[in-house]
Design a protein. Structure first.
Length: 250
């Protein structure tokens, strides 16, 4: 792809690269393009210079402990993702189970970080994430959940002023009359926690607090019996969509 022919996309990718929200395979691909394409390299350097200048004007601040926890969780998730990628390259991937626990929690969390590429694909497909986030009253967390083919399927934002998760469908998937989609938080080293069962509308809202999302590296959506399953039981159906949860400065 000649990314230089898409200046808005190039600027968005360069900004995410400089900030650090472009991770995993997407970050490596961007770095590869920067090594061979001068416009890409220039865009990355420009955004790095912008952020460096902003940082010099700010007083030094000791990061909160939760920041280090989030960094540690993302590093561990990326390690799991790379290990899973090596396993998949060595052996055929197992088919999705019809019920029971979803393969393993390590696979779930690792695949979530690999889904960071979904944000880029959504932009290429015409989804203007920046515009949507700007028109949202307040956004503290954002995630683009994608399927195993990295096709963006759900945009998730959290509004701390309203204690509300807002989910917008990006695809046309429908679970069927006897099934429901259920949203899960994937805490590091712990069992998935249900954040709610999704309705049938294009835009969905779930009640949540910042405590429900703090230090959570990824979200996932599973296919469950109609009405969902209790949180303590964990997911019983296949994971359809997953993606990293990124904290955004308000």
């Amino acid at each position: 792809m000649n990314i230089a022919a898409h200046p808005e996309l190039l600027d968005l990718l360069a900004a995410n690269y400089a900030v650090g929200t472009l991770r995993g395979g997407a970050r490596r691909r961007f770095e590869a393009m920067a090594r061979t394409q001068a416009p890409v390299r220039a865009a990355a350097l420009m955004w790095q210079d912008r952020l460096a200048g902003m940082a010099e004007l700010q007083p030094s601040v000791v990061p909160d402990a939760v920041v280090w926890t989030r960094i540690h969780n993302l590093i561990e998730a990326e390690r799991e993702s790379e290990a899973i990628a090596r396993q998949r390259a060595a052996a055929p991937a197992p088919s999705a189970p019809a019920g029971g626990w979803l393969r393993s929690l390590a696979l779930w969390r690792g695949a979530s970080l690999a889904g960071a590429l979904a944000t880029i694909i959504a932009v290429v497909a015409g989804l203007d994430l920046q515009r949507q986030l700007q028109t949202t009253p307040a956004v503290q967390y954002v995630a683009v959940l994608a399927d195993d083919k990295a096709t963006a399927s759900m945009l998730v934002t959290f509004d701390p002023k309203r204690n509300q998760l807002v989910l917008q469908r990006l695809g046309s998937y429908q679970p069927g009359a006897d099934k429901s989609l259920q949203l899960w938080a994937l805490p590091p080293g712990g069992a998935p926690r249900s954040l709610g069962v999704l309705g049938d509308g294009p835009a969905l809202k779930l009640t949540a607090t910042e405590a429900n999302l703090r230090a959570i590296p990824a979200l996932a959506i599973s296919l469950e019996p109609r009405g969902g399953v209790p949180s303590e039981r964990g997911p019983t159906g296949p994971v359809l969509f997953h993606g990293p949860l990124i904290e955004k400065t308000l």
